[in-house]
Write a protein that binds this ligand. Structure first.
Ligand code: PLP
Length: 305
């Protein structure tokens, strides 16, 4: 059973998410001289622990879970695992995190996984081959058996399924009439898939992938099909700003992010948000946006810890 009448919907509402999330205009000379306005869509302020797009993606899944344990997947520094673990503690739902890398088992936990464990998430480490095969039904069933979670509700890696994508549609509707272009950093692309569906005709969504590979277009199309039964909205990707791949933060990017923090008093999360903001400054410098354009940057997260 899903929908607003399941027991977890009121408990989620009791966590007082700040929705719609605030929008702040910033004055930045690099945009001003090109006649472009820059808005920050502060999804990082939705909830202190269920941060940003993780709230939008997890909330409908937690409702659908209907109180069952939640099993999900991630790497050793996954923001999605931390958000799921925090949700479990806040809502009293058991959570299991299947972590990529069996070499991590039995070793001291890194700060991100330690946070998950402190929030009560049961961690289960699997080797990379098992991790890769986790969406095949038999491999998944074996993992669920091994974690003693056969009746659990399964949320895929990165949290992007149809429920999550539909949850992100509100990000788009909150920005209707506010911007011409809405830009977001992409991991799985689930947030972009939902955002684009919520925008009004004439608005465009721009995705900045933080992973190397250029495989995301097909996955975003698939997610929109699963969530809405077809393609929705106008969106495009710019693949030039991954800086070598996931979790790569070269000095140039770090310096850029620290400078942006000073200019605008905004904590800049490095793995996603820094790449998005760098991309926007580069694009505006290239003249990619006509004068008079308003660009909204979605601040999907904040630095950890
Ligand atoms: C998870 C995450 C994303 C990526 O969201 P997708 O829906 O997987 O594309 C972007 N920014 C931050 C801060 C995140 O934690």
């Amino acid at each position: 059973m899903t929908g607003p009448d399941t027991p977890d919907a009121p408990r989620l509402a009791a966590l007082n998410p700040r929705l719609p999330s605030p929008v702040r205009e910033v004055v930045d000379a690099r945009f001003e001289r090109r006649g472009v306005r820059l808005l920050l869509k502060r999804d990082d302020l939705i909830h202190p622990e269920l941060i940003g797009n993780k709230w939008r993606k997890l909330a409908p899944n937690l409702t659908a879970a209907g109180g069952r344990a939640v099993v999900t997947f991630g790497g050793a520094y996954s923001n999605h695992l931390r958000a799921t673990a925090a949700a479990g503690r806040l809502l009293g739902i058991p959570t299991v995190g299947v972590v990529r890398g069996d070499e991590l088992a039995g070793r001291p936990l890194n700060p991100s996984l330690a946070r998950c464990a402190a929030d009560g998430m049961r961690l289960h480490f699997v080797d990379r081959a098992t991790y890769r095969s986790k969406s095949e039904p038999r491999a998944l069933a074996a993992v669920l058996r091994a974690t003693d979670a056969e009746d659990a509700y399964v949320v895929p890696e990165g949290g992007s399924n149809a429920e999550a994508v539909r949850g992100c549609r509100a990000l788009g509707t909150e920005l209707c009439d506010q911007a011409d272009v809405v830009a977001v950093a992409c991991g799985t692309g689930g947030t972009l898939a939902g955002l684009a569906a919520g925008l009004a005709p004439g608005q465009r969504a721009l995705g900045v992938p933080v992973l190397k590979g250029g495989f995301l277009t097909g996955e975003i199309e698939d997610l929109q099909h699963q969530a809405f039964g077809g393609a929705r909205g106008t969106w495009y990707l710019d693949d030039r700003f991954h800086f070598g791949g996931y979790a790569r933060v070269p000095a140039e990017l770090d310096t850029f992010a620290a400078d942006f923090e000073r200019r605008h008093d905004l904590p800049v999360e490095r793995l996603y948000v820094a790449k998005l903001l760098y991309a926007l400054v580069a694009l505006v410098g290239e003249g990619a946006f006509p004068r008079g354009t308003t660009v909204a940057a979605v601040i999907t997260g904040r630095p950890f810890p």
